[in-house]
Ligand binder design. Structure first.
Ligand code: SF4
Ligand code: SF4
Length: 470
């Protein structure tokens, strides 16, 4: 597409080093790992993988592909751990199902999560060391929750922003804290996929809001535009604050199917979001959408109507929580009474503040809805009055309900308009006409397109009779 045809296409490419490369330059190379994992403190005295493997192992027949397992390393940058909580509540598929290899054809997922795993300390870090050494026994995927930072800022003062474990990577082999950023920078080049979960990791999120003392940024910003995994996949983004757990586990399952060779890479949009999850706006599936259409708006939280005047940005936000719910298709923002603050969007939070104030653009559409609604609502109520009555009650002029002794019966004008409405409705009723079956092609259609004529088994042309009464 030529620039200017349908909006301008801008291709940017920078020869500058990425923040990940600059961090590794500052830290220098590494040449050793912890020699002894020691006693890692769990009562089971085994790793999570050793604990689950006897039950989760899939043989060649059941896994239906070359990969028996995939390691999934979870790191937390500038994070509140909300993404971890959301993912442990996922239902379709569940995290447990993925870890147990319970899905036909799917390799089991060997999760390395600092909160969930049994092992701790050097035993926990061992698998990540092997990933860097190139000795891990299966492909691996890296997940980041929380934003990356600019650790070179903290490094200048001898500190760090966000660390996980220690390695003998200090001067003279001294143990030093390894930051989440460093693990990611060292593991990304050989990862089968890099997944950012939650808005902090996908777009920088709250840690990167105005001020941003840590230099917080997204995984995409950290690894740069040219990043590709060993399978040729750019960074995958599953935003949300927190994200819907199912969005993440579903994306992981789809990617792992791809790694297994079961199909093409699932469709992602131009920002690396699963396209089937983020292609629609919140508003299009909102349970309060009909109130918007009729121009009825909530005045305070707790009201049942549309929340746009309470600061809802749903009409312009890409998110599927209104159709998917928060957990197991239950709950989630508008379903539970909250206005959308745009938490899945790259511009969040700075472009959505102040929260809970009506977006300026909503003034035009909500005023238009109010005007149209003032006409549509009474007409709908008028129709509903008629539809709430049996035909028998119309004939008898009486509703025999024991729930209310008194009923208002339609007056003469209402009766007349309902009769007119019924007549109007029946003008479109094909079942009222004689002699034809709905859906059958008529001769007029056949004459226009002779190719529609069919040979009958006996050799005679089948002619469909012309309709009568038209
Ligand atoms: S509450 Fe928000 S998303 Fe729902 S109908 Fe109103 S504006 Fe749209
Ligand atoms: S509806 Fe809005 S606030 Fe709620 S999860 Fe989606 S983007 Fe975030």
């Amino acid at each position: 597409m030529a620039a200017g045809d349908e909006g301008e296409t801008v291709a940017t490419r920078t020869s500058e080093k990425t923040p990940a490369e600059r961090l590794l330059d500052a830290l220098g190379p590494i040449d050793r790992f912890n020699p002894d994992v020691g006693d890692f403190g769990s009562p089971a005295r085994m790793t999570m993988e050793e604990y689950l493997e006897p039950h989760a192992f899939a043989d060649e027949a059941s896994r239906l592909g070359p990969i028996e397992k995939v390691h999934l390393f979870w790191f937390a940058g500038m994070s509140c751990d909300g993404c971890s909580v959301a993912v442990t509540g996922a239902q379709a598929p569940t995290l447990e199902g993925l870890m147990m290899g319970a899905h036909p054809g799917l390799p089991r997922v060997v999760l390395h999560h600092p909160v969930i795993n049994l092992e701790s300390g050097p035993a926990y870090e061992r698998a990540a060391e092997q990933a860097i050494e190139g000795t891990l026994d299966a492909p691996y995927v890296v997940v980041l929750e929380g934003s990356n930072t600019d650790e070179t800022i903290a490094l200048a003062d001898g500190g760090y922003w966000s660390g996980q474990g220690e390695e003998p990577w200090g001067p003279g082999g001294k143990e030093r804290t390894v930051t989440a950023d460093e693990w990611i920078a060292r593991m990304a080049p050989n990862a089968a996929a890099m997944i950012a979960i939650g808005t902090c990791a996908t777009w920088g999120g709250i840690p990167s809001a105005k001020g941003n003392p840590t230099g917080a940024m997204s995984l995409m910003d950290f690894l740069g535009q040219d990043y590709r995994s060993t399978f040729g996949v750019p960074v995958v983004n599953v935003p949300g604050c927190p994200p819907i757990g199912d969005n993440f586990t579903e994306a992981v399952a789809a990617i792992v199917y791809f790694l297994q060779g079961f199909g093409p890479l699932p469709e992602f949009d131009e920002l690396g979001r699963p396209a089937w999850q983020f292609g629609e706006t919140v508003h299009r599936h909102c349970t309060r959408g009909a109130y918007y259409e009729e121009g009825k708006f909530a005045r305070e939280f707790g009201d049942k109507e549309c929340l746009v005047e309470m600061g809802c940005w749903g009409p312009v936000v890409n998110c599927n929580i209104t159709s998917r719910g928060a957990i197991n298709h239950v709950g989630g923002c508008m379903n539970a009474g909250g206005a959308c603050i745009g938490c899945t969007m790259p511009g969040f939070p700075d472009k959505f503040t102040p929260f809970h104030k009506a977006p300026p653009g909503s003034l035009v559409s909500s005023t238009a809805s109010r005007m149209l609604g003032s006409i549509i609502r009474p007409l709908r109520e008028h129709s509903a009055d008629h539809l709430n009555r049996e035909v028998r009650w119309d004939l008898e002029g009486h509703v025999p309900s024991g729930w209310a002794r008194e009923h208002s019966e339609p007056n003469a004008v209402q009766k007349l308009s309902h009769r007119f409405y019924d007549r109007l409705r029946r003008t479109n009723d094909g079942g009222q006409r004689s002699g034809e079956t709905w859906g059958k092609r008529d001769e007029i259609t056949l004459r226009k397109d002779p190719s529609l004529e069919r040979e009958l088994p006996g050799g005679e042309d089948e002619k469909i009779p012309a309709k009568e009464g038209r």
